[in-house]
Design a protein around this ligand. Structure first.
Ligand SMILES: C[S@@+](CC[C@H](N)C(=O)[O-])C[C@H]1O[C@@H](n2cnc3c(N)ncnc32)[C@H](O)[C@@H]1O
Length: 290
């Protein structure tokens, strides 16, 4: 590592420490490559010569923090993104989750809401909507507001419909939205059983027992220690035999928590918490105590 990189690393550390201490947004354990890439982009966009100048500006202007938050939290989503995942979930919903009299589903890092509406539609089509409570959480307040509004540009409709078709739907996608001002507006009844709120996988704790947690395309932005924290939260939150769904580029491979789960659908990154937690026998000075 050369001297320039060292200086940059120190500046990035101080920048992240500063926004954590003043605004309580904790990006200190996000993937360093991701953070540096995004901060370099922000530095250019805000015409700052260095991270130190960017740090000075953000510490003196909360509005800049809002802009920075939007760059550090990527809001790319699609309805029924990776349709195979939702097709597998449809089967899990009808065969497993339908056995519960009341169901709790947590969409962690829900972004602008596409993943939530995809799940709400599946639960409605499988007849479980009325006994399901959804929790849609994120650290980005603006994204949460957009998720709650459920309004998407008309230009996205084709992709939404193409994905939906691949999930073995019972109705047409057009049953779930109306149009207004060249936008599609998701049917407001889909969010009747949804609670939207601000929750950070970095610093907040578990808030209810869940039967399904869908956390897609969030862990990729975290470093190993933070991924462990988040997966630990999911372990604590899930009921025995509850399901965890991750994004296409995420997995429990190499996670210390992997032994608590079975791979339910390897390709679709769906895991099931085991019925009985298998624990290694306690060891005393290297000897297994029976
Ligand atoms: C790429 S989006 C994924 C949205 C959605 N899950 C999907 O796959 O369509 C990543 C989301 O993770 C959220 N996020 C980032 N850090 C988070 C944290 N510490 N706790 C909760 N959400 C977080 C971001 O604000 C963003 O909305």
């Amino acid at each position: 590592m050369n001297a320039m990189n060292n200086r940059e690393d120190i500046e990035v550390d101080l920048f992240l420490e500063g926004i954590f201490r003043l605004y309580h947004y904790d990006f200190r354990n996000y993937s360093r490559t991701f953070i540096k890439r995004r901060l370099n982009l922000i530095k250019t966009l805000l015409q700052c010569e260095s991270f130190s100048i960017l740090q000075h500006n953000v510490l003196h202007d909360p509005l800049i923090m809002t802009k920075i938050l939007n760059y550090l939290t990527i809001q790319v989503g699609d309805m029924f993104r990776d349709p195979g995942y939702f097709l597998s979930l449809r089967q899990i919903i009808s065969s497993y989750l339908s056995t519960y009299s009341s169901i709790k589903v947590w969409i962690a890092g829900c972004g602008t809401g596409e993943e939530l509406y995809s799940l709400a539609i599946l639960f409605r089509e499988e007849g479980l909507e009325n006994r399901t409570q959804f929790f849609a959480t994120d650290i980005n307040y603006e994204a949460l507001k957009r998720a709650e509004a459920g309004v998407y540009g008309m230009d996205r409709l084709e992709s939404f419909e193409n994905n939906f078709i691949l999930t073995d739907p019972k109705h047409s996608f057009s049953s779930y939205y109306t149009t207004k001002n060249n936008c599609i507006v998701m049917d407001s009844s889909l969010k009747e059983n949804v609670v939207f709120y601000n929750h950070s996988l970095v610093s907040d704790s578990v808030f209810a027992e869940m039967h399904l947690i869908s956390c897609r395309n969030v862990l990729i932005y975290f470093d190993d220690s933070l991924q462990e924290r988040a997966i630990g939260l999911f372990c604590d939150a899930l009921v025995r035999k509850g399901f965890l769904g991750l994004g296409a580029k995420e997995s429990l491979y190499l996670s210390p928590h992997a032994s608590i789960f079975t791979e339910f659908h390897r390709k679709d990154r769906i895991y099931q918490k085991m019925a009985v937690q298998e624990q290694a026998p306690p060891r005393v000075r290297g000897i297994i105590k029976l």
